[in-house]
Design a protein around this ligand. Structure first.
Ligand code: HPA
Length: 308
């Protein structure tokens, strides 16, 4: 008789180590994500570096998008801090982005402004991209003004006009929240119906009307880029409900709303999508259009800030 007690029954499954994955590498195979707690330490380290240059408590944080950096020149400057001097702060590598944090006053309101921002297409993770918003919030800012250069989808929009962002559609398919609910930086599942403050939208529109500036209120579609859209994509995005498309803003607006900040967003129309009479968009033309519209944006912003 055979003694079966010591026999090892052959398994129906191969040993784990010999299994070759049959699927392509997916998100579960990625290196462990930075946890919310680590990110919080980074926010504190960045905040300490900023405070070494400027102790002012800003009320308003401003992100100046492509070609809009000139607005920073109108800030009564208390301190200018190059991004390299702030640990963990993402550097802006895209053309048209200066890369400095400006602390001072605009229309008498204490502000902190990012002259130049970073984008997902520059290789940053969503939580890295939104660290500046978290730091500016930690400095004391309660309101985020975010601006961008965008492509017009709405056929009524013209180059050089301004759109006040009413809402966004996040086609980046990524979220800036690092870590688990326990480690969340801000509210984990913030009830964000739209991060953009309706009162500020109305106020900005009223100011634009008062100054006789052509403006729109509409929906921003956020994509990762870096390429501009194909004709079919422009058509599809319009049908989805977008008025403009761009490669930023949604992550920062979500992160700000998560932390209880009010958000006011502006898009400068830098090119218009004509899917049936296509033109080639160049980054230089986009920057030039943004620079031309900067004065109008400044007029609106200064008036909105006056009674903030
Ligand atoms: N698409 C995406 N981002 C943009 C565009 C565009 O047409 N113009 C300026 N930023």
């Amino acid at each position: 008789m055979h003694d079966m007690s010591s026999a090892v029954a052959p398994s129906a499954f191969p040993a784990e180590s010999s299994v070759t994955p049959l699927r392509p590498a997916g998100p579960d195979d990625a290196p462990p994500r930075m946890t919310g707690r680590t990110r919080q330490y980074q926010v504190i380290e960045a905040l300490q570096a900023v405070r070494r240059h400027c102790m002012q408590r800003p009320r308003v944080a401003i992100i100046l998008g492509s070609g809009l950096g000139d607005l920073a020149e109108h800030i009564e400057t208390a301190a200018e801090i190059p991004y390299q001097a702030i640990p963990h702060w993402p550097r802006s590598t895209a053309q048209g982005h200066a890369g400095k944090l400006v602390c001072g006053a605009l229309a008498g309101v204490p502000v902190v402004a990012m002259s130049g921002r970073s984008h997902y297409y520059e290789g940053y993770g969503m939580d890295e991209l939104t660290l500046p918003v978290r730091v500016m919030r930690a400095m004391g800012a309660e309101l985020l003004v975010v601006s961008n250069a965008a492509g017009g989808l709405n056929p009524r929009y013209r180059v050089g006009e301004i759109m006040i962002i009413e809402d966004h559609i996040n086609l980046m398919w990524r979220h800036p929240q690092p870590g688990s609910p326990r480690e969340a930086l801000g509210r984990y599942c913030a009830g964000v119906t739209s991060p953009y403050c309706p009162i500020l939208i109305d106020k900005a529109a009223a100011v634009a009307r008062r100054h006789d500036l052509v403006h729109h209120v509409g929906v921003y579609i956020a994509v990762t880029g870096p390429n501009y859209e194909t004709r079919a994509e422009y058509r599809a995005f319009r049908r989805l409900g977008g008025d403009v498309v761009g490669m930023s803003t949604a992550p920062e607006a979500i992160a700000a709303a998560q932390q209880g900040m009010r958000v006011l967003g502006f898009s400068i129309i830098c090119n218009v999508a004509c899917p049936d009479a296509p033109t080639v968009n160049s980054h230089e033309e986009v920057l030039a259009a943004a620079q031309r519209a900067e004065g109008h944006l400044r007029t609106i912003l200064l008036d909105v800030l006056k009674d903030e």
